[in-house]
Design a protein around this ligand. Structure first.
Ligand SMILES: [Zn+2]
Length: 385
């Protein structure tokens, strides 16, 4: 690779971060990305952690043509296990916004990358007098438009969205910022779209709690609370609230006229997160190596629990046949019955059905204990990072 610059501050002062890989990669929608690279870096000037390769530079075509997360059915949605009972990620995200602020009775909301409109459905129910604008670059656009016939819905990404949308009271970007080439550019774009004092509500996967994200080719930025605080200040936002809940991190920003103090401790804070996460990610791969080896020795079957990137990436990064994996097990019912690398995806009942004796975890460390306790009741040996 030629000289690499930080997408946010343009610095060439970068350190390499595990892994460095070229071959078949995994995207966050669980599909494969052939002939791609992972070239993770930390910027030693601003602190940003990013993949210098992956889908960088061809994002727009990528989302238009191929991004398929949860498009399989309208009911399919990511579950949040952070609360008492599992509720949809969209509902939880909406609840947290309402906990962070009280919105006026009327206003104009713009959701960037609104997907099928799951969040906006909850939002519109509670804020019935708000105007809704949204755009979505992927095939989810058709569903979004059908769900909000009276709203201003465009098939676009934020670079090319029509400026007729005008000035809004609230911009929402859920699971978007980690995908764009330059997250600072997107914050500045939102700043320009907002009225003074307007709000920007963001949800991203919290890299600090998701070491597996090192293996994800299309999460171009591995965002952390320190990085989000840095980006907010640089773009002219003050932080209203920041909440870590499960794997996601939620942050509500207010457009400010006053200059913001840009934090200067992001490099060292993120370096500590990287050190911890690289160790966990390497152990997650070792857990799969050990699980597969023990199963082979005993001539027994093994499975991978969770659809985290480590488990999806393992056959490619470790160079074994995905056919060795008896099944992928997950608790999100909406993925049951599907397949990954030709292997079945199902619930815990797969253990008895397929005679599985060994299970490696591919979930966030936040859930290691919870999942291990559940699996041990099924008489399997559990391998975790
Ligand atoms: Zn930088």
């Amino acid at each position: 690779m030629q000289s690499v610059h930080c997408p946010c501050c343009n610095s060439e002062n970068l350190s390499q971060v595990y892994p460095q890989f070229t071959g078949t990669c995994i995207k966050s929608d669980m599909e494969i990305l052939p002939k791609a690279s992972i070239a993770n870096r930390q910027c030693l000037t601003c602190g940003l952690i990013f993949n210098a390769a992956g889908t960088r530079g061809h994002g727009e075509a990528f989302y238009r043509d191929s991004y398929s997360l949860m498009l399989r059915s309208l009911e399919a949605s990511i579950q949040s296990f952070a609360g008492v009972a599992p509720i949809s990620q969209a509902e939880r995200t909406h609840q947290i916004l309402r906990e962070m602020t009280t919105l006026p009775a009327q206003g104009r909301v713009l959701e960037a990358g609104a997907g099928k409109g799951d969040f906006l459905t909850f939002f519109a129910k509670e804020s019935q007098n708000w105007d809704i604008c949204a755009f979505e670059p992927s095939g989810a656009f058709e569903t979004l438009r059908a769900r909000f016939p009276a709203a201003d819905i465009r098939k676009s990404d934020y670079h090319s969205v029509d400026m007729e949308i005008g000035i809004v009271d609230l911009v929402v970007a859920l699971g978007v910022l980690e995908h764009v080439d330059n997250p600072l550019d997107m914050l500045r774009w939102a700043h320009a779209r907002l009225k003074d004092g307007g709000l920007f509500y963001i949800r991203v996967p919290n890299f600090e709690r998701n070491p597996n994200d090192l293996f994800c080719a299309d999460h171009l930025s591995k965002l952390t609370a320190p990085s989000l605080n840095w980006l907010a200040a640089r773009a002219g936002f003050e932080v209203v609230a920041l909440r870590e809940a499960g794997v996601p991190i939620f942050i509500l920003l207010r457009k400010s006229a006053a200059p913001q103090r840009v934090p200067d401790d992001v490099v060292e804070k993120n370096a500590a997160i990287i050190a911890n996460n690289v160790a966990v990610a390497k152990r997650a791969m070792e857990a799969i190596v050990n699980c597969r080896a023990r199963a082979a020795e005993a001539k027994e079957s093994f499975a991978i629990f969770g659809l985290g990137s480590s488990g999806l990436f393992a056959p490619f990064s470790l160079g074994f046949d995905a056919g060795d994996i008896a099944a992928y097990i997950d608790e999100n019912k909406s993925v049951w019955g599907s397949s990954i690398h030709g292997r079945p995806v199902g619930g815990l009942d797969m253990i008895a059905k397929l005679g599985i004796k060994h299970v490696a975890l591919a979930v966030s460390p936040v859930y290691f204990q919870q999942v291990t306790d559940k699996l041990l009741k099924h008489d399997v040996k559990v391998y975790s990072a």
